[in-house]
Design a protein around this ligand. Structure first.
Ligand code: MRU
Length: 336
């Protein structure tokens, strides 16, 4: 069965609680916009495109609840996480439909369909890149859980496998919340795609010893010049891949491109609670007197990106700005 990160049966949004995976499959039913906001804030639903779709349905939940108008509902959802621009795009898509008096559920459904379709297109566009690559490294989870279906970074891997490519995936564990070890590994294991989880600090070793043919990751926000934000640790992988001549690809739907942002310098980076670093699975690791810092994302300069895998095909960083100018759906909404 394909993984589905979330689904909507009027008036309830159901999500697969990603905090519980892979140990337990728990579905949470969200019938208040505050619950949707909390699910996004706590990473019960996560990954840039999936957050955008959850937020779009969160607006429908709010409209059905009748306790908030479109602006207040949008504000509640926008305040959850600052980095993924998809969140702001999903909210704005339904907020504007609501404000115009259009059918909000049709707007949210159309947004979900657009994201799923674009992720499939990313799979088709990116699969040829992996026809000859054997060993691919990925960071965080950019699979179906993060996008509703298919994934971004995992979509070309899925399609290439279906076309007969024999791929092996290195999965960075992705501290502190282990989206790689828990979620990417879970998706790959379900589809029997050969893989191995590695400690985040092992990636450099495999990149330097010829054990990685290509790196592919997703993104949370991509600026016009190709600088992009993604899960903390991505920047290091990009630098080490560049140093070792390993191609580095970034896969994303149009909702992740921020046409208003000229470069990565002004991308807001979410800083999360220190407990996420100091503890693991609720168990304290560090001395009780110690503190931690916990940036959830980092920004990688475009010069380290070999190409972006987009719904319109594989683009060099220098092609982003002029492509965005003619793509409908590339985000140009006010955001954090
Ligand atoms: O904090 P998360 O788990 O929401 O971070 C997710 C990532 O960084 C993903 O790599 C990114 O959203 C791309 S998802 C297709």
């Amino acid at each position: 069965m394909p993984v589905r990160a979330l689904w909507f049966r009027d008036p309830v949004l159901s999500i697969l609680d990603q905090r519980q995976l892979p140990g337990r499959t728990v579905v949470r039913r969200l019938s208040r916009v505050e619950e949707v906001a909390e699910a996004i804030r706590t990473l019960a639903v996560r990954g840039a495109p999936a957050i955008g779709v959850a937020a779009a349905y969160g607006m429908v939940v709010a409209q059905r609840g009748g306790r908030h108008g479109p602006d207040r509902a949008a504000e509640l959802l926008r305040s959850t996480r600052p980095t993924a621009v998809d969140l702001f795009v999903g909210v704005e898509t339904v907020r504007s439909a609501w404000a115009r008096g259009d059918d909000v559920l049709s707007a949210a459904d159309a947004y979900r369909e657009r994201i799923v379709g674009e992720c499939y297109a990313i799979g088709i566009a990116g699969a040829p890149l992996f026809a000859r690559a054997r060993k691919v490294l990925t960071h965080c989870n950019a699979g179906a859980l993060a996008t509703v279906e298919w994934g971004t970074a995992l979509a070309p891997i899925r399609v290439a496998r279906r076309q007969g490519a024999r791929l092996f995936v290195w999965v960075d564990e992705t501290r502190p919340l282990l989206q790689g070890a828990r979620l990417t590994a879970w998706e790959l294991a379900r589809e029997r795609i050969p893989h191995a989880v590695i400690a985040d600090n092992a990636a450099g070793h495999y990149l330097a010893t010829g054990e990685v043919d290509a790196v592919i990751v997703g993104a949370d926000r991509i600026a016009r010049n190709g600088d992009f934000a993604n899960k903390i640790g991505t920047y290091e992988k990009a630098v080490v891949a560049h140093e070792n001549g390993v191609p580095f690809y970034v896969a994303a739907p149009w909702s992740t491109f921020d046409a208003r942002r000229a470069s990565g310098r002004s991308i807001p980076v979410e800083e999360r609670r220190e407990d996420e670093v100091l503890e693991i699975g609720g168990r304290r690791l560090a001395p009780s007197a110690s503190h931690a810092r916990n940036p959830a994302f980092d920004v990688t300069p475009a010069k380290y990106v070999t190409a972006f895998v987009t719904p319109a095909g594989v683009l060099r960083p220098g092609e982003i700005a002029r492509t965005l100018a003619r793509v409908r759906g590339a985000s140009a909404v006010p955001s954090a």
